[in-house]
Design a protein around this ligand. Structure first.
Ligand code: ADE
Ligand code: ZN
Length: 340
């Protein structure tokens, strides 16, 4: 382990933008794929590595849906959450806001109550065994909003898993448009019910989607938001309010939203005054981890240890943790010795 790796490992971290199925380790996916070979997910590590090479964002979403179809029983979900807790603890991640899409489970006929119970059990075990606290964000794919938006909110409100904090929207931004009114209504209802709203926006489409998120979806953070730089008025709006933008550099390259890490706008976003946090999105699918994203920022984007500690602190501040938990983590981050 070199000095930077040791520093990143020592930094207590929070992960604010990561998906449940997209966090399944290669071992977990291979185990499920071997149990359900008809699902079409490769059963060897090499095959899965190839399966996880995405030609574009739509291809990524297709693969994501196929892998989601491997989870057939509530116990698969509880096991997955426990494994995520283990993998995060190994990186010194203390708290995660994990995005869960109920639609594949609803589509398979799993009762919402059983899925919710599995999420709660997994979170309880992750905390007890690995010391990782989980907050849940229930979301739905915007391109299937007509089918999935209200069932996602009903899942969240009628069967809230322990640790439920928020509501989100993912999927293909370009195919959200026909459902604009429906999406606004469901977010308004989520907000009224006390959920914190964290839409993906400005990942695959432009600044207009981020405007929609802040004007009409009650966004308290933006998922990705990398296209915000396209619009100076939007940059001013986000910077003035210090509205956090959750950035995942490796994800953006793997889904071909950004051509290469060297061209990733992370640093430009910070220089423009945006409040940025660093995240991993769907780590094993992108061959990354939260710790790796800090290393990418340090090695490929030139962030100093002090800047990396600043990103870790931003994550804590932008989280939905309570104030004492934030203070404790910020003090721990400040106490990690910085390498020269
Ligand atoms: N679902 C899982 N990962 C996603 C991403 N990066 N964008 C939109 N939807 C997703
Ligand atoms: Zn995401």
């Amino acid at each position: 382990m070199d000095t930077l790796e040791a520093f990143v490992a020592a930094l207590p971290k929070v992960e604010l933008h990561v998906h449940l199925v997209g966090s399944a380790s290669v071992e977990t996916v291979l185990g499920l794929a071997r149990r359900h070979p008809e699902a079409g997910v490769p059963t060897t590590a090499d095959g899965l590595g190839e399966f996880y090479r995405f030609s574009d964002f739509a291809h990524f979403l297709t693969v994501y849906r196929v892998v989601s179809g491997l989870l057939r029983e509530p116990e698969d979900i509880a096991d997955l959450v426990r494994g995520i807790g283990r993998d995060l603890a190994a990186q010194n991640v203390r708290y995660v806001e994990l995005q869960v899409s109920p639609y594949p489970f609803q589509g398979m006929g799993m009762p919402d109550a059983a899925v919710s119970e599995a999420l709660s059990t997994g979170a309880r075990d992750a905390l007890a065994r690995y010391g990782v606290r989980i907050g849940y964000i229930v979301d739905f794919p915007g391109h299937d909003a007509e089918r999935d938006a209200w069932p996602a909110l009903r899942f969240a409100l009628d069967n809230p898993p322990d640790g439920l904090v928020g509501f989100g929207i993912g999927g293909d931004e370009a195919r959200r448009a026909p459902y604009t009114d429906l999406i606004r209504d469901v977010f308004e209802a989520a907000h009224s019910a006390g959920l914190r709203c964290v839409p993906h926006a400005g990942e695959t489409t432009g600044a207009q989607t981020v405007w929609e998120a802040v004007r009409f979806l009650r966004a308290e953070r933006i998922g990705h938001g990398i296209r915000s730089l396209d619009d100076p008025a939007l940059v001013s709006y986000l910077a003035d309010r210090q509205l956090p933008v959750d950035v995942s550099p490796t994800s953006n390259v793997c889904t071909r939203c950004v051509p290469s890490i060297a061209e990733h706008p992370l640093r430009r976003m910070i220089e423009a005054g945006l409040f940025v946090t660093l995240n991993s999105d769907d780590p094993p699918m992108f061959g990354t981890s939260l710790a790796s994203e800090y290393l990418v920022a340090g090695r490929d984007l030139g962030f100093s240890p002090a800047e990396l500690a600043g990103l870790a602190a931003n994550g804590v501040r932008a989280s939905f943790l309570d104030a004492p938990a934030k203070e404790a983590l910020l003090a721990e981050i400040a106490a990690v010795p910085r390498p020269a």
